[in-house]
Design a binder for this molecule. Structure first.
Ligand code: HEM
Length: 356
């Protein structure tokens, strides 16, 4: 199977559940698509609805570039661009309607729950209740603008950002992990030893918080893959005031592109930077030099989902490899990727068998 597509559905269903508390069924949709006879045991209307929603989100993400690079004149008066941009606008209206319905439903649920009863622990519930009497920090700061609850538009944007930023990034990283493990049998063996030691051959029990703390080598693999083949290969900063960078003077408002690959493969910061070596993260007290590991960015705008992403990747790696043997169909074939906003895996053909 092409496991990269499955990973995409998995991280999507996961992030929607964590951020909105709603179930998403794109994995079931993918199962129905690839399986001829057997179908997922989910109501097909629900599956179709979430698949449509998620396709709309992806379409929006891919279409953003149109509004950045095609001038308003072309978008308004040139039929080809006008049709495309009208289509994207209809698409975002559909997404907004769906998101607003979810927010409205949750607001009603919260209002109907007595104050002393617990609420679900998803992000949507947290941001709806922020700065309301349900917030433990309610009314602690004397500033009306800081302490006002968020409106639906603000909530929608936060959730939407999380879904967009938290799906493809994590999905592609796990594809890269599978690829690197297939090419480094010594690392894979060591990882399986750790997994088997922790789960004691139990292939089905749920993973616990304690397990995650003990899966140190799996975590090292996640970090090393993120270092050697980062999904986000470049991010930007704009200079607020004139500054000197790299021995040159730059005026205010210069856009600086930070190359993640250049920093992750720099000998000044990393020993043998081109070597895939998860053990470097296992050395007692090891910490990369400040700003030399920037898979998740850095500073004030650092990725807010980084801990969740690492947790998700460690769990997924351990749970998959505990139960399945996963191998590339063609070890000689290079990793098939495409670089845009992120580096995405186009296809990763694998053979999966139950581990004995
Ligand atoms: C392997 C997974 C991930 C990678 C490699 C990644 C990487 C990044 C990077 C490089 C940035 C830009 C940071 C900067 O400019 O300093 C970023 C921003 C962001 N990430 Fe992630 N991310 C991942 C997972 C997630 C997840 C799971 C979520 C959500 C739950 C998320 C939410 C965000 C958001 C909302 C921003 C924008 C932050 C801002 O502009 O202030 N990311 N991420």
């Amino acid at each position: 199977m092409d496991i990269s597509t499955w990973f995409n559905q998995f991280t999507n269903d996961m992030i929607i559940a964590l951020l909105t508390g709603e179930r998403s069924y794109t994995m079931a949709g993918y199962f129905n698509e690839v399986s001829d006879d057997e179908k997922a045991e989910r109501p097909s209307a629900l599956v179709d609805e979430t698949v449509k929603f998620v396709r709309a989100i992806r379409k929006h993400f891919m279409g953003l570039i149109m509004f950045q690079f095609v001038s308003p004149f072309l978008r308004h008066y040139f039929p080809y661009f006008k049709n495309k941009s009208d289509d994207f606008i209809r698409n975002i209206k559909f997404i907004n309607q769906r998101m607003d319905a979810i927010i409205k439903r949750r607001r009603e649920e919260i209002e109907n729950t007595p104050l002393d009863e617990p609420l679900p622990s998803d992000l949507l519930t947290s941001i709806i209740t922020a700065n309301t009497p349900r917030d433990i920090n309610y009314d602690k700061i004397d500033d009306k603008e800081v302490m006002r609850p968020m409106n639906d538009h603000e909530i929608r944007v936060i959730i939407f950002d999380g879904i967009i930023a938290g799906t493809d990034t994590t999905a592609n990283t796990i594809s890269f992990i599978v690829y690197y493990l297939a090419h480094h049998p010594d690392v894979k063996r060591k990882m399986l030893n750790e997994i088997d030691r922790i789960f004691q051959d139990d292939k089905t029990r749920p993973i616990t918080e304690n397990d995650v703390h003990n899966l140190k080598y799996c975590e090292a693999i996640v970090k090393e893959v993120s270092r050697i083949f980062s999904v986000v290969h470049v991010f930007s900063r704009c200079l607020e005031k004139p500054d000197e960078i790299g021995g040159y003077q730059w005026p205010a408002e210069t856009m600086i592109k930070i190359s993640v690959d250049a920093i992750h493969h720099n000998e000044e910061y990393w020993d043998e930077p081109d070597k895939f070596n998860p053990d470097r993260w296992m050395v007692e007290g090891f910490e990369p030099r400040k700003n030399s590991f920037i898979s998740f960015g850095g500073g004030l705008r650092v990725c807010p989902g980084r801990k969740l992403a690492i947790l998700e990747l460690v769990c997924l790696t351990a749970l998959l490899f505990r139960k399945y043997e996963i191998d590339l169909i063609d070890k000689k074939s290079p990793l098939r990727t495409e670089s845009g906003v992120i580096t995405a895996c186009n296809e990763l053909l694998v053979e999966i068998k139950l581990r004995n």
